[in-house]
Design a protein around this ligand. Structure first.
Ligand code: CTP
Length: 464
């Protein structure tokens, strides 16, 4: 089943679902999937009731309505944005909508307005409404601004700080987080100018969902450039709104990726870590309002938006960068650090020659970065979290690692090749704390990150 649509739930159930999803840092769809999985597990107690909010919470005032401003750009994918509006309204979000001039060629203000349930906005200078809902108010009101489709032209304007129409003026004036759902022809997406704008926008803190790979509207065209599906965009919106300000003012340090240990100036020893999980955690922490430093080994991933990144190669460089990044409130060690380095690394390229013996490498142990930080007397972060990459006896090894390294929590995962976790997009982890172990469902690395950040926010709150 590729997606899940649940209709005709009564209001109490919808509210319970939304609260439960928010508490667990999941989208409503993911929450339903989790509940169904648990229900399929025979003998499990009624999962919805089991984690229903306590009575006091149920009678507490409903959470404030979240406001989303949707800017529809001019692309063939604009029609999907009408479905997106419906998805957002289903979630109880208050939606306002701006259409760019080009968008009006694909959808009309009338059709968008009918779904939004109020007029949509199109003009920067609208004498009838400037005093009512001007662009500054449109920029100030929302908790999140979403641009879908974000065309190549809109991205270029945003990267350059233009403000020559209502959409760009609002985007320049808003302090809310902005989520872009790019959509364009694959050649336009791959163009150096678009990629330059993308890098600039990511560095400026814009968030992205998609584009996806697949068939384009133009006959015979395919590649990367399709706008993410409405449900994917809605899930990304859920995540940004849920995390919201959960880690405002919190300093988070994350390590990610492999380390490279040189053999000589051109050769090195490395491992299969992609950095996807560590980078997802850094991105989720930033999305939750934290001030994030990411110390990353060599990876093929863009720097996450709104994060300060230190790029390093070896384990010893990583430790130095981590120490420079202290103090931090929370430190999460997701990097796959090489345990050993080559002790007899050569300053010059090792040459092969007929009759010459093959080189013998001698190894020296690298510093254990997690253990070093967790055992610090001064500047120990309040919460130190490690990962345990195991291929056998996962839970027992992870528990032993937590104790040996002195960290507060450890996320255990099975990195045997058949799990596809190392380098893949999904992960199955168990969270091990002083109070025991908790298995999390198989989910995307982004969802693991969101769940972890929600747990960290809860733990910090409980600790203050
Ligand atoms: N780690 C670290 N510095 C190292 C080795 C590991 O900071 N030199 C951290 C990792 O980032 C992870 C945790 O320690 O959070 C466990 O890493 P893992 O590779 O699972 O275990 P190791 O300590 O390397 O032990 P082993 O290889 O024996 O399983």
């Amino acid at each position: 089943m590729a997606s899940l649509t649940v209709r005709q739930l009564d209001d109490r159930l919808k509210k319970l679902l939304r609260l439960r999803a928010a508490r667990n840092g999941r989208s409503v769809e993911d929450e339903v999937r989790t509940i169904l999985r648990a229900a399929a597990d025979e003998g499990a107690p009624g999962p919805l009731e089991a984690s229903a909010p306590p009575r006091e919470a149920r009678s507490a005032a409903p959470p404030a309505v979240r406001r989303v401003l949707l800017i529809i750009g001019g692309g063939i994918a604009a029609y999907k944005s009408l479905d997106l509006i419906r998805r957002l309204k289903e979630r109880g979000l208050a939606v306002r909508c701006i259409l760019t001039k080009a968008a009006e060629r694909f959808v009309t203000p009338l059709s968008a307005g009918a779904i939004v349930g109020e007029r949509v906005f199109t003009d920067l200078f609208d004498p009838a409404h400037e005093f009512d809902v001007g662009h500054i108010r449109l920029a100030r009101e929302p908790d999140l601004v979403v641009v879908a489709p974000a065309t190549a032209d809109l991205m270029a304007k945003l990267a350059g700080g233009h403000a020559d129409d209502l959409a760009t003026a609002v985007l320049l004036a808003t302090t809310a987080k902005v989520l872009l759902a790019p959509a364009m022809n694959p050649r336009m997406w791959a163009n150096k100018a678009t990629q330059r704008n993308l890098a600039q926008l990511a560095a400026d803190g814009f968030r992205f969902v998609g584009p996806n790979e697949g068939e384009m509207a133009e006959a015979g065209e395919s590649g990367t450039g399709r706008m993410a599906e409405p449900l994917e965009i809605a899930a990304a919106i859920d995540k940004l709104l849920t995390l919201g300000h959960a880690l405002d003012g919190v300093r988070v340090l994350v390590t990610s990726g492999p380390t490279y240990e040189p053999i000589d100036p051109v050769r090195y020893i490395a491992n299969r870590s992609s950095g996807k999980q560590g980078h997802a955690i850094a991105a989720a922490a930033a999305a939750a309002g934290a001030e994030v430093t990411l110390v990353s080994g060599p990876v093929n991933l863009p720097d996450p938006p709104g994060v300060t990144v230190a790029h390093v190669e070896s384990a010893r460089d990583m430790l130095e960068a981590v120490e420079r990044a202290l103090p931090a409130d929370v430190a999460i060690f997701a990097a796959a650090v090489a345990d050993w380095r080559v002790a007899n690394a050569s300053a010059q390229k090792i040459k092969k020659a007929a009759g010459k013996a093959v080189p013998a490498l001698a190894f020296a142990e690298n510093p254990d970065i997690l253990a070093t930080i967790a055992h610090r007397k001064a500047q120990r972060p309040r919460l130190v979290i490690g990962f345990a990459a195991e291929t056998e006896n996962v839970a027992a090894n992870a528990r032993a690692k937590r104790a040996a390294k002195g960290c507060d929590w450890i996320l255990a995962n099975d990195v045997s090749p058949q799990t596809g976790i190392m380098g893949g997009d999904s992960n199955t982890v168990a969270l091990i704390t002083a109070n025991g172990a908790e298995s999390w469902p198989p989910q995307s690395k982004d969802d693991v990150a969101a769940m972890l950040i929600a747990r960290i926010a809860d733990a910090l709150k409980a600790d203050t």
